[in-house]
Design a protein around this ligand. Structure first.
Ligand code: SAH
Ligand code: SF4
Ligand code: F3S
Length: 501
């Protein structure tokens, strides 16, 4: 690539964001183009893509493919959409499988099994890379914020090209540029940041709904949780930026948004002009075109009366609240540093159900936290029975190195945890099967999401309370809200029929 003067490119790069990254996106696109031309000249492109496809790619200015594997929560899913948009603009199109020119793993480390999956994939992609040495392999996300992990990859997975963390995803194009112009692994992991880079491209999975980050990081330090260590301190985006983004999404046809943060209830506290989450919601409610508002995740300790009031009066906030309880035992909750008791959780759930009738409550529960006794576990079952959740994500406690709970002595033996987990799951499922059919034989608003994958001529959509509904209909309804009569409850979803106006 002699005709590229890399030093000059670096010198001319703007210092300010996002201009700097938009500049590197253009540079990387030129590099990918040159590589693709080289592959065409050597016959490699013909072998990989075939002549027809090469012609089509050149017409669309596409110079290769990418594949992103995303693990973990909605934050990671949102980050992957941003990364995808950068890759699209840099001249790559999405490939279904890891046989691609650029493969990226956006990792999660919240539990050990999330972490292990990535090493399995790395073994697989190594074989692909042996056959196609020009392919680039990159790793990012929460696992990369752990120094031990990066050391292990440097040592045992030398074929990896790029490693970056959770704080600098906006830099992807510059990192690819570095890797393509240097002869070694590019590693750029930041310990933390106060910077929030606005106005970078983002790509949506669905044209009609979108996640919107309202804050990053977490300050809660629940004693079992690694998130505050890998996502850094809590930082809120300015309300103006959030509202501007949502207005733009609405103008592009988005009708449903999900406001994202590890603890949305503490949104805005650290801003120069503080504002509450409830106030933000009231402003989002005013945006024309937005018909449904969801948010994730609510920490019970910060859920205010003001928020309940806003939810009660809102026409757009969905009838669903995800309220992670983690444990029903006040003693364990204290050791978890959750800062609420069993009774406070129960009172809160009651208050919300009363203020917002028909609301669906869902939760997260951990079993086998260090020191958990059968009695503590019975408290968890008790809350499950009293609140009657629509669904619950249940997790086996996973020891995360560096968190306070990992150093606690009385870790619960595996067979005991497994037994409790099975009992909890059974209880949760029995109750959920009963409560989630509560809207049977009523007409409800459904946002149609896609064609049904099993039944031809049928569609799949969601109620405001997030329950899935299948009904016969025309694909032109996708992205629109329609009235559907709920004919039959299948426990966790409904079969229905469209009610025509
Ligand atoms: N910020 C959110 C949760 C983010 S992590 C909240 O506070 O609710 C998602 C879920 O993973 C948590 O709610 C918790 O139930 C689970 N989790 C976190 N750390 C875990 C660990 N070490 N072992 C098992 N489950 C864990
Ligand atoms: Fe983890 Fe607790 Fe923060 Fe949720 S609130 S991300 S569980 S530390
Ligand atoms: Fe996992 Fe990171 Fe989310 S550790 S759960 S991807 S914040």
């Amino acid at each position: 690539m002699k005709h590229f003067d890399f030093n000059k490119i670096y010198e001319e790069a703007p210092g300010k964001e996002p201009e700097r990254q938009l500049y590197f996106i253009r540079q990387v696109k030129a590099l990918f183009k040159a590589r693709f031309q080289f592959m065409i000249d050597s016959g490699e492109a013909k072998r990989q893509f075939g002549e027809e496809q090469i012609k089509e790619m050149l017409e669309k200015e596409i110079y290769g493919t990418f594949h992103i594997e995303t693990y973990g929560c909605q934050m990671n899913a949102k980050d992957s959409e941003k990364l995808q948009a950068i890759l699209n603009q840099a001249g790559l199109c999405e490939a279904e499988s890891e046989a691609a020119s650029f493969v990226l793993y956006n990792t999660c480390t919240v539990r050990e099994n999330a972490n292990q999956k990535v090493y399995g994939h790395l073994g697989f992609v190594h074989n692909l890379k042996k056959k196609n040495p020009s392919m680039l392999v990159a790793l990012c996300g929460c696992m990369m914020q752990e120094p031990d992990v990066v050391e292990k990859i440097k040592k045992d997975y030398k074929f990896v090209d790029i490693i970056f963390g959770t704080h600098n995803i906006f830099k992807l194009a510059e990192l690819i540029f570095n890797r393509l112009t240097e002869d070694h692994m590019t590693i750029d992991v930041w310990e933390g940041t106060t910077e929030i880079v606005e106005d970078l491209p983002s790509k949506r999975k669905y044209p009609f709904k979108s996640g919107v980050n309202i804050m990053f990081g977490c300050n809660n330090f629940c004693s079992y949780c690694i998130v505050p260590y890998v996502r850094g301190r809590e930082r809120s985006r300015k309300p103006e930026e959030i509202l501007r983004e949502i207005e733009k999404l609405a103008s592009e046809g988005v009708v449903e948004i999900m406001l994202l943060g590890q603890n949305v209830n503490s949104y805005g506290k650290t801003l120069d002009n503080p504002i509450t989450f409830a106030q933000l919601l009231e402003q989002v409610e005013q945006i024309p075109g937005i018909e449904r508002i969801r948010f994730m995740t609510s920490h019970p300790k910060d859920l205010s009366d003001q928020l309940i009031e806003v939810m009660k009066n809102s026409k757009k906030i969905c009838l669903h609240l995800h309220l992670p309880m983690q444990s029903g035992s006040s003693r364990i909750l204290k050791a978890m540093n959750r800062r609420y008791t069993k009774e406070q959780y129960l009172q809160l759930a009651e208050k919300i159900k009363k203020a917002v009738p028909g609301i669906s409550l869902t939760t997260d529960i951990i079993v086998g936290f260090p020191g958990e006794t059968e009695e503590d576990f019975q408290d968890t079952l008790d809350v499950v029975r009293k609140v009657r959740f629509d669904s619950a994500f249940t997790f086996i406690y996973s020891k995360r190195t560096g968190t306070p709970a990992a150093a606690m002595e009385n870790q619960v033996p595996e067979p005991v945890v497994k037994d409790r987990f099975d009992r909890l799951l059974k209880e949760v499922q029995t109750i959920a099967g009963k409560v989630s059919g509560r809207d049977l034989h009523t007409v409800q608003k459904v946002l149609t999401e896609e064609e049904d994958s099993h039944l031809k001529g049928w569609l799949t959509g969601r109620l405001s309370n997030n329950t899935v509904v299948h009904f016969p209909g025309d694909p032109s309804l996708i992205g629109k809200i329609t009235d559907v009569y709920l004919e039959e409850s299948k426990g966790f979803y409904y079969m229905g029929s469209q009610v025509k106006a």
